[in-house]
Design a protein around this ligand. Structure first.
Ligand code: Q46
Ligand code: ZN
Length: 308
């Protein structure tokens, strides 16, 4: 098979796009695809500073690499979740990438924050799924770092497979408020929030893994141990089976939703009206969701210690 762009021998076949590329042309294709997503959705301009949330996996490192190649002003943020060897390996991968490319990286480790809580403790003491607490912790620390650093935008590495799985879950349960918020660009609803964007929303997991590999990025291949059994994986499996029979199904599912259905669900959500009494970030009550969760964990931990 020949490269669609330069007619030399192709090394990457993309069934969903009905095309194939050699190494250099695939890298060009990937970067141009991301650039088009940024422009199409008016995510940001070259004058704006972007904070890239990097986890150490293929998607967020491929995103950072692409934004740098496209000439955007970026800095990285790594949030250490305290999940054993997975977190140590992820932090190493991000640090190696940042120093090899001379990029500025901020590392925030949950265990070293004021509350000293990693995700395993949060899950243990609240008896909830680790991913529930993890989502709250990530949102809080990303928002806080973006605001403190004066960034215009926070970019995350969610890819097409993530977006399609999330959309399928939201449609299966008709989660109308979540469908309203399912968009690659979320405008801030408070002055302490920044615009949140997902520039890889039209780029598949396979494409970002291939890009990272061809660019020589040493990412962490292992998934977070808590991801096993997550409902999202069931949706991803279903969508992969569909994609097998109907190449391009995931891309059509997500982009047609955004074009035709999202405007029907979209409503401008009200921003939080108050400031959290503990951390100062936006809140709907006296405390923001993060501080309420932390207070609950600390209460339960103190009770557990008292009874031991
Ligand atoms: S990191 Fe966090 Fe994921 Fe691990 S605990 Fe769940 S949400 S699976 S993307
Ligand atoms: Zn708070």
């Amino acid at each position: 098979m020949k490269c669609k762009r330069c007619a030399t021998k192709a090394t990457v076949q993309l069934r969903s796009h009905n095309t194939a590329f050699c190494k250099d042309c695939f890298i060009f294709f990937f970067q141009r695809n991301v650039e088009r997503s940024i422009e199409r959705e008016r995510m940001f301009t070259r004058d704006e500073r972007i904070l890239v949330a990097v986890s150490g996996g293929k998607d967020s490192l491929a995103l950072w690499d692409t934004l740098v190649a496209l000439g955007h002003q970026t800095e990285g943020l790594y949030l250490g979740l305290g999940i054993g060897e997975y977190s140590s390996a992820s932090q190493r991968a991000v640090e190696v990438y940042a120093s090899a490319h001379d990029l500025k990286l901020t590392v925030v480790r949950l265990e070293e924050e004021e509350d000293g809580l990693g995700i395993p403790e949060a899950a243990f003491f609240t008896r909830r799924q680790p991913c529930a607490a993890c989502g709250t912790f990530k949102r809080h620390h990303f928002d806080r770092a973006a605001h403190a650093g004066g960034f215009a935008v926070l970019a995350t590495g969610h890819n097409l497979d993530d977006e399609a799985a999330r959309l399928l879950g939201n449609v299966l349960h008709w989660q109308l408020p979540y469908l309203a918020k399912q968009h690659p660009v979320l405008q801030p609803t408070h002055e302490k929030f920044v615009r949140k964007v997902r520039p890889l929303y039209r780029t598949s997991e396979y494409e970002s893994a291939t890009y990272a590999f061809l660019r020589g990025i040493r990412y962490v291949v292992e998934e977070c141990p808590n991801s096993h059994g997550a409902t999202q994986l069931v949706y991803k499996e279903m969508l992969n089976r569909l994609e097998e029979k109907m190449p391009g199904a995931k891309l059509g599912f997500v982009t047609d939703f955004l074009r035709h259905a999202h405007p029907l669900f979209a409503a401008t959500p009200d921003g939080p009206p108050l400031d959290c009494e503990r951390c100062g970030m936006p809140a709907f009550g006296e405390l923001c969701g993060y501080c309420r969760l932390v207070a609950e964990i600390i209460r339960r931990r103190t009770r557990a210690v008292a009874h031991s």
